[in-house]
Design a protein around this ligand. Structure first.
Ligand SMILES: Cc1cc2nc3c(=O)[nH]c(=O)nc-3n(C[C@H](O)[C@H](O)[C@H](O)COP(=O)(O)O)c2cc1C
Length: 190
């Protein structure tokens, strides 16, 4: 079935090229995230883009879990957080996190449109990341993502860690649509 090419080809790469990302492309990614929908138009997201030469880059890299070492190659590591105390008040649902996720997805699709890739991560030490990027105490860190051009797996194969090679050997999969998409009423497992 045909879907938007940016959605179809989007993937989370494990190999980034060190090549710098053009400022205009970074601005486009920011603009896409900025125009995301949010509960009461609260726009709770905060993105901190940390480039290779930023003084806090090392501290941010050190906050990532070992399994995410591949991300250190990316030209940008982006910490995304929000203030739960300024959330929109509805249904006792943490919409600040929901909204921020929407903005990251918009960023990822825009990145894809410009030939870039985003790989989101939940593997990090929250306090370390917050300290590295200067998020206030009350913020929650929601995700860190790597942004850049995907590297050539073929060219870099010999330099890749075995763990990365093993992951690359696995196919990308999804559950069949009938497991979580329904018409009329929920027909999934109760
Ligand atoms: C919130 C979130 C957290 C994730 N955390 C990690 C992570 O810590 N390390 C990692 O390698 N991938 C992480 N991923 C990437 C997922 O593993 C990936 O999106 C999933 O396997 C589907 O693959 P695809 O993005 O290529 O379609 C995360 C993705 C999301 C959305």
């Amino acid at each position: 079935m045909e879907i938007l090419p940016e959605i179809k080809k989007r993937k989370s790469p494990l190999v980034f090229d060190g090549r710098e990302v053009e400022t205009e492309k970074v601005k486009a990614v920011i603009e896409a995230a900025r125009w995301s929908p949010s509960c009461y138009n609260n726009q709770p997201w905060n993105f901190v883009f940390v480039g290779k030469n930023d003084r806090n880059r090392f501290a941010l890299e050190e906050s990532l879990s070992l399994g995410n070492s591949w991300a250190k190659k990316a030209p940008y590591l982006v910490a995304v957080g929000a203030d739960p105390s300024k959330d929109c008040d509805a249904n006792k649902i943490p919409y600040y996190a929901y909204d921020t996720g929407l903005s990251v997805m918009s960023a990822a699709i825009e990145a894809e449109h410009h030939g870039l890739r985003v790989h989101q991560m939940a593997g990090w030490k929250e306090e370390k990341v917050k300290r590295a990027v200067g998020f206030p105490k009350g913020f929650r860190l929601l995700v860190v993502f790597a942004l850049g051009y995907e590297g050539s797996v073929k060219t870099l194969w010999d330099k890749l860690e075995q763990k990365v090679k093993d992951r690359l050997a696995q196919p990308r999969t999804r559950k069949p649509a009938k497991e979580n998409f329904f018409f009329g009423e929920f027909k999934g497992n109760k």
